[in-house]
Ligand binder design. Structure first.
Ligand code: FAD
Ligand code: SIN
Length: 542
């Protein structure tokens, strides 16, 4: 085992991790340096695939206000958003957008050099900045990756997975990483470990998320004793292109509906007015259930999006990547219907944090999609995620500025036990067909813990996941990245299923066919290793 030490370690190179690295390097005293580790190539992440844009409530945009954005976010959040988090993130959007520009990020502008704003579902005004038409995530991420590459004070480990956190008496003192190319382990001591490990889409058979979205940070934090919040809230996007790529489904951005496209059946009959007066621009959970219902009632695999009402030149300019991807499947979006179906897209739950990124474990921080600040509540408003990533990265850097980041010197018994798990050279592990285990898990989650849930489906999921765990035969140490990912997927799936079973109501993206009402009392679910909801009938641990 190799040993090293850093003042701060960031795990993940999506927009949250990259921007945090740049801000921390700029502002924080780092006697032992700064390390960013990422399990694939730098920048490979959900962030890269973000299309629609990033919310920006700019001070000089007279048609918008933070009050309006706060109100839209809270309405979409189905009563579960935290007002302070919404306000903080909204009020900081002007500052972070201006700061991103300094790091070389360019958003689309009109002929007068003013920002172009688009609209997405449940936003009352046009307030969403985009870049490269429909390649917002890629454009932001590439600019930040360039800056990280140029910065010799930020050390980067690629192809390196965080596999465990070193926690003693509820204090995080570092982590263990596994290099999937060399198969080597390294112990890294650090007084600040920041999880920016993204979402969980890969737990589901159909998802818009790329291969790496396996919930690793959530599993690591849970096993380290951190409190997790609202784990039952998974957002399903209503319009993923209904063709399977290797590992995910390509997204047809909500901004296409924002620009006027309509949902319809194979005969062109529009149906959204049956479900909500806001039709295609109703909150995402409502449109998703509408599509799902139409598909189930008509026993078909998809519905359609008709964008032919949008000027064809505008379509090509605003949505170049969507146009290109559809053409690869023989679909000209200026005249053909686009086959679409719901897919797992975003995780509203996560590691419970405050607005400084602190988790319930001292020295362990979480930002971006893996964290639950309370911004999104039960249903995320479109394009609020990228904003949350940058605002929270900014604020964790601000907070670390006030600390003395001394690398820990004393390690207790608990940490020695964790290290032993990975240094046991005699441990013999049989080869496993991990891909087949992943497929089984994804089917269980889609069929039983998906868009519509019930006591019956969730109880079955819990049993089936337990059986998969027995089949997996690994406790801690694994043989490969795939195995580590599966280990984490199992933990997170079990948490989602248990929390979904315990929430006996429907709210936002969590819909129970056996409890379709929304309760008057609106509570977060909190779960931790010490407060595991083992008893199905037990109520939430508040
Ligand atoms: P990610 O960008 O997912 O980055 C996570 C990083 O952590 C990755 O680099 C990953 O490799 C690394 N990692 C994970 N586990 C480990 C480990 N064990 N060890 C080391 N590294 C690890 N949101 C919007 O606001 N607007 C949009 O328009 C939008 N469009 C979207 C379109 C698509 C197709 C998708 C999938 C999402 C979209 N979202 C959008 C959501 C948004 O992109 C994500 O929520 C956001 O980018 C998450 O950023 P992040 O930095 O938290 O995580
Ligand atoms: C989209 O472009 O539809 C995705 C936007 C988001 O997830 O915020």
């Amino acid at each position: 085992m190799i040993y090293s030490k850093y003042s701060t370690v960031i795990i993940g190179s999506g927009i949250a991790g990259l921007y945090a690295a740049l801000k921390i390097e700029q502002q924080v005293n780092l006697p032992d340096g700064l390390l960013l580790i990422t399990k694939a190539k730098l920048g490979e992440s959900n962030s890269r695939y973000a299309q629609g844009g990033m919310v920006a409530v700019m001070k000089d945009n007279k048609s918008d206000s933070t009050a309006s954005h706060i109100s839209d976010t809270i309405k979409a959040g189905a009563g579960l958003s935290e007002f302070n988090a919404v306000k903080f993130i909204s009020e900081n959007s002007d500052a972070v957008v201006k700061d991103l520009l300094k790091f070389g990020v360019e958003f689309d502008r009109d002929e007068n050099n003013n920002f172009c704003f688009t609209k997405e579902a449940a936003h009352s005004v046009r307030r969403i900045l985009h870049a490269g038409g429909d390649a917002t995530g890629k454009m932001i991420e590439q600019a930040l990756c360039r800056k990280v590459h140029e910065n010799s004070n930020i050390e980067v480990y690629e192809q390196t997975d965080a596999v465990d956190l070193l926690v003693n008496s509820n204090e995080c003192k570092g982590l263990i990483v596994f290099n999937s190319e060399t198969q080597e382990y390294e112990t890294i001591y650090s007084s600040a470990v920041i999880l920016a490990t993204g979402g969980v889409g890969q737990l589901y058979k159909y998802t818009t998320n790329p291969a790496g979205a396996t919930g690793d940070g959530l599993a690591l934090a849970f096993n380290a004793g951190a409190v997790m919040q609202d784990m039952e809230f998974v957002q399903f996007h209503p319009t993923a292109l209904a063709f399977d790529d290797d590992e995910n489904r390509f997204l047809i951005s909500e901004a296409v509906r924002g620009e006027g496209a309509k949902l319809c059946d194979a005969d062109g009959v529009e149906f959204m007015s049956k479900y909500d007066e806001r039709k295609e621009l109703a909150p995402r959970d409502i449109v998703t259930r509408a599509n799902f219902n139409e598909m189930s009632e008509n026993n078909v695999d998809n519905v359609y999006l008709n964008a032919s009402c949008i000027d064809s030149k505008k379509l090509a300019r605003r949505f170049p990547n969507i146009s290109k991807k559809c053409l690869e499947h023989g679909i000209d979006i200026s005249k053909d219907f686009i086959p679409v179906a719901p897919a797992a897209h975003y995780f509203m739950g996560g590691i419970k944090t405050n607005l400084k990124g602190e988790t319930s474990v001292s020295g362990l921080y979480a930002i971006g999609e893996t964290a639950s600040t309370g911004l999104h509540g039960g249903n995320r408003l479109a394009s609020n995620s990228l904003l949350e990533c940058v605002v929270c990265a900014y604020s964790v850097a601000e907070y670390l500025k006030s600390l003395e980041l001394k690398t820990p010197k004393q390690f207790g018994e608990e940490i020695k036990l964790i290290l032993d798990r990975y240094s046991d050279e005699d441990l013999v592990l049989d080869e496993l067909d991990v891909q087949s285990l992943k497929n089984k898990l994804q089917n269980i989650m889609w069929d039983y813990v998906g868009i519509l849930r019930s006591q019956n489906t969730l109880s079955q999921a819990i049993e089936k996941l337990e059986a998969l765990k027995n089949e997996f035969q690994r406790d801690y140490k694994c043989l490969s990245r795939d195995e580590y990912e599966f280990r984490n997927m199992l933990t997170v799936s079990q948490l989602i299923a248990h929390c979904a079973l315990s929430r006996k109501e429907s709210r936002g993206a969590h819909f129970r066919t056996d409890y379709s009402q929304t309760n008057d009392e609106c509570i977060h679910s909190n779960i931790s290793k010490d407060n595991w909801i083992a008893d199905k009938e037990k109520d939430f641990v508040k």
